[in-house]
Design a protein around this ligand. Structure first.
Ligand SMILES: *[C@@H]1O[C@H](CO)[C@@H](O)[C@H](O)[C@H]1NC(C)=O
Ligand SMILES: *[C@@H]1O[C@H](CO)[C@@H](O)[C@H](O)[C@H]1NC(C)=O
Ligand SMILES: *[C@@H]1O[C@H](CO)[C@@H](O)[C@H](O)[C@H]1NC(C)=O
Length: 339
């Protein structure tokens, strides 16, 4: 006869095991669980934030990674903290966003923090513009249009900013305005990006950032850019042509290996690879002079050997990631991946 204690012990164990399994399956169905095993591939070599969509980069040594992407960490907490692609230029008439694809000189616009509630915006030949961060509810909220007709709210930054951006970009007194995202709403990809959502199973509304193209963060592997450079004959590119947030490097990382990383862990932060990063004409604009490459490089070369298998056969460089665990990242942090 089996002793009573053994029977109850076994029953309890089976019960616990079943409960654990059910919780696991439930979590898995709800949202994938973060993996337990990781492989170290290299380090975070550079960290960048772009306060203005299409504007010049800001290089950081440390940043907070929020669910909407990178946010600057100021030692002086009273100061404003800039967020990645939190500002956008849009047309006064149709309320459509504008980027360096149309106006390459936008890549030369520098944005920095001035004080507790003002940003300083600079460009050669222009006086500094101080933009007060607008708050909603003064009748300044508008709906703007991004890629593929996607609608998204913005808070208008006022007439002085509109004048500055119109003068610098169009050399006119009107035509463009500046919009600000206060991080209080999320994008909806379901109406306008169905083709992408159907193909990229991990891409959802939760993958999006502020005014970034699709995902809240993106990563470049230095080895991939090095490989591209060996194929370019009359030009050289740097990681900055691809406007990354994270640049990863390591002695044994292979070119384009990043596309096989399902998960990436940097510092406290856990990221999910949701989509390879397809590339456009923007990569042919020199990020430090605003000049467009006359031979359409590096896009021309990238198109000859590295094209997306997804619904849009565009050249690929880097990956777009969703933030699954927020936290802090610093240059020099180990980069771990799970495949
Ligand atoms: C995406 O966001 C919109 C608006 O918030 C919502 O209506 C829609 O159901 C969301 N879709 C998914 C799959 O989460
Ligand atoms: C996304 O999710 C699917 C499982 O649905 C997985 O097989 C695929 O490789 C994932 N990763 C990427 C980067 O698409
Ligand atoms: C590209 O960079 C390499 C290495 O720095 C250099 O040797 C080469 O001359 C450069 N090519 C052009 C066209 O600038």
């Amino acid at each position: 006869m089996i002793p009573y204690q053994v029977v109850t012990g076994t029953t309890v164990l089976v019960g616990v095991a079943t409960a654990v399994a059910l919780v696991y399956l439930y979590q898995k169905k709800k949202k994938e669980i973060i993996p337990w095993s990781w492989e170290e591939v290299g380090t975070l070599k550079q960290l960048y934030l772009y306060p203005l969509k299409s504007g010049h980069r800001v290089e950081l040594i440390k940043a907070e990674c929020t669910e909407f992407g990178l946010k600057q960490t100021e030692d002086d907490e009273k100061l404003l903290q800039m967020r990645d692609r939190g500002l956008v230029v849009y047309t006064e008439k149709d309320k459509e966003f504008r980027s360096a694809r149309t106006y390459p000189k936008m890549v030369l616009i520098d944005v920095g923090v001035h004080d507790e509630n003002h940003l300083a915006v600079d460009a050669a030949t222009m006086r500094t513009l101080y933009v007060e961060i607008p708050t909603k509810n003064e009748g300044n909220e508008i709906t703007i249009t991004l890629h593929k007709g996607e609608k998204l709210q913005a808070i208008d930054c006022g007439d002085e900013a509109a004048l500055w951006f119109s003068r610098y970009i169009l050399e006119k007194d009107t035509g463009l305005r500046l919009g600000y995202h206060d991080g209080s709403y999320r994008r909806d990809l379901t109406k306008t990006h169905k083709t992408l959502l159907d193909f990229y199973k991990n891409l959802t509304n939760d993958s999006t950032g502020l005014y970034s193209d699709l995902t809240s963060t993106n990563l470049i592997n230095q080895a991939s850019v090095n490989d591209l450079n060996t194929k370019l004959t009359n030009s050289n590119v740097t990681v900055n042509n691809f406007r990354p947030n994270f640049v990863v490097d390591g002695p044994s990382i292979q070119p384009y290996e990043e596309e096989t990383w399902q998960w990436v862990k940097i510092g406290d932060v856990v990221l999910r690879n949701v989509k390879e990063c397809t590339r456009c004409i923007m990569t042919t604009i020199d990020p430090d002079s605003g000049a467009k490459n006359s031979e359409r490089e590096p896009l021309e070369t990238l198109e000859t050997y590295h094209i997306s298998n997804g619904p849009f056969p565009l050249p690929v460089m880097g990956i777009g990631l969703e933030v699954r665990k927020t936290g802090f990242v610093s240059v020099g942090d180990k980069v771990l991946v799970s495949k």
